[in-house]
Design a protein around this ligand. Structure first.
Ligand SMILES: [Zn+2]
Length: 503
């Protein structure tokens, strides 16, 4: 009896175990099938280049606060709707001032005449007509060094850096391992901590300087671009917010290295005279800017969210094709492919096209603020914002707690995409940082660098610098990452929020 009873129990246990095993097997098979479908949908039917060409060429550069960015918001929303995404809407936030680039011209007048390549900084004031003055080199390593220049800078064209030897560019391998990515992207960029720069700039304004000229960080006459709105409010620049973002009072421009070095050489021979005209305009009051949002509702846990992001705004020398039109096209394509392949993620997958990234990740900061009560239910965020190269790995931004489960996803369900093991190294250079700062795992796609150093923020950031293969693979990584994270048994583990507790 006893023996028989034991056998019956053993047999029953085996049936249960077998049932569990086959349930696990079929779940794994269903997951593999969903992953295959998403990959094939993107490979065979993607609209990446079509969308990106329209965004870059037909809409154009998308400066935060501009009418073009607003048009791009509406266009992206229409795309999400066309793909049958749900809950498509625009979420507003406020920028202190809108700014519009006008004409920029500059010439060296003496000792010999040369036309130079330059462009005004974003959110810098214009010159109100032509400014003529001597070039003055301010050699400043500490603020006391400014003293001798008091009363001597009226209408001067000020420079702050010694010249740079334009060397043969290094051989850039196509694939830079992510361990090396931590080398500053623009290693030869003239660096000045803004804590140090802000009082120098204030001094130039007080002294009535005509303009500040900064060398670009790129070769072959390419310019760089950056916004000075944090100097516009007069408050501590470290405290600058989207609302306080304003127009910096002294005209400032980037000039090509070749021209910068020419000015320097002439300066070694004596006085250099220049004339500049920077013709910018700006709004007289704050403007509304929008993040564009769309969703695929989760089939089992709709209130829990996995978020994919990129930024819709761009600088305006080129058309923002690689920064970050590529990310926008990839996020749109991830949405399209997830919806068209008919997979039913358990959790909600949300797509957010942020704005104001270039000025200080303002759109994602506003998003985090507006969604405070929901943050505990956002499992994780993945942002694609490093140009047109293939995704090499995921940057976990020191989220050690999420490492094991991300390893399992990358080396399990996503194995065929051959990504490297996720890296814990912090990059925090784009919108994912806004989430990471409030304890939501905010990851970044680590991409092959290609010529991103040259294109981003420059005149060369145009559609013909985009490589389709990188975008196809990028869309596959983002769509499948979102799907697989949405399918996990639990939300991604959080890193301890020591800093938050202190506040
Ligand atoms: Zn970007």
């Amino acid at each position: 009896m006893r023996a028989k009873c034991f056998l019956v129990i053993a047999a029953a246990a085996m049936v249960v175990a077998t049932a569990q095993l086959s349930a696990q097997q079929s779940a794994a098979e269903a997951n593999a099938e969903a992953n295959r479908k998403i990959t094939a949908e993107i490979k065979d039917h993607n609209e990446l280049m079509k969308n990106l060409e329209y965004l870059s060429d037909m809409l154009g550069p998308r400066l935060t606060g501009s009418e073009t960015l607003r048009k791009a918001n509406l266009w992206a929303a229409e795309k999400f709707k066309e793909y049958s995404a749900e809950n498509v809407h625009q979420e507003p936030w406020t920028l202190g001032r809108a700014w519009t680039r006008g004409r920029a011209e500059g010439r060296i007048l003496a000792p010999a005449e040369h036309r130079v390549t330059l462009a005004s900084y974003g959110w810098a004031a214009g010159t109100k007509g032509m400014v003529r003055g001597p070039v003055v080199y301010l050699k400043v390593s500490k603020l006391e060094d400014l003293e001798p220049f008091k009363g001597k800078l009226k209408n001067a064209v000020v420079i702050l850096f010694s010249p740079r030897q334009l060397e043969k560019p290094p051989e850039t391998p196509l694939l830079v391992p992510y361990e090396e990515y931590a080398v500053p992207m623009n290693a030869y960029k003239p660096q000045m901590n803004f804590r140090f720069f802000a009082p120098i700039y204030k001094f130039l304004t007080e002294q009535g300087a005509g303009a500040l000229l900064m060398p670009s960080n790129k070769d072959y006459d390419l310019l760089f671009m950056f916004g000075l709105g944090y100097l516009g409010s007069g408050a501590d620049p470290a405290m600058a917010t989207a609302e306080s973002w304003s127009v910096a009072p002294t005209p400032a421009a980037y000039i090509a290295w070749e021209d910068y070095n020419l000015i320097w050489r002439l300066l070694q021979r004596g006085q250099v005279e220049m004339e500049l005209e920077l013709d910018n305009s700006y709004s007289d009051k704050p403007v509304e800017v929008y993040n564009t949002v769309a969703e695929i509702k989760g089939s089992q846990k709709p209130d829990e969210v996995v978020l994919l992001g990129a930024h819709l705004d761009s600088w305006d020398l080129g058309t923002g094709a690689t920064d970050n039109g590529t990310g926008v096209a990839v996020v749109l394509e991830a949405a399209r492919a997830l919806l068209r392949s008919g997979v039913k993620p358990k959790r909600t997958i949300r797509f957010v096209l942020f704005t104001g990234e270039e000025e200080g990740a303002f759109g994602s900061k506003a998003y985090v603020k507006a969604h405070q009560t929901e943050l505990a239910k956002i499992s994780g965020v993945l942002v694609h914002d490093l140009g047109t190269g293939k995704v090499v790995s995921l940057g976990l931004e020191a989220n050690y707690q999420a490492r094991e489960v991300m390893d399992e996803v990358i080396l399990g369900s996503m194995r065929d995409l051959h990504l490297l093991e996720p890296t814990l190294r912090p990059f925090l250079s784009t919108d994912n940082a806004s989430f990471n700062a409030v304890g939501v795992p905010g990851f970044q796609a680590i991409q092959e660098r290609l010529d991103y150093n040259q294109t981003h923020h420059s005149q060369a950031d145009t559609f013909d610098r985009v490589h389709e293969d990188g975008l196809i693979q990028g869309a596959q990584v983002l769509a499948r990452w979102a799907f697989n994270v949405a399918e996990l048994p639990d939300l991604l583990p959080r890193k301890p929020q020591l800093q938050q507790e202190k506040h």
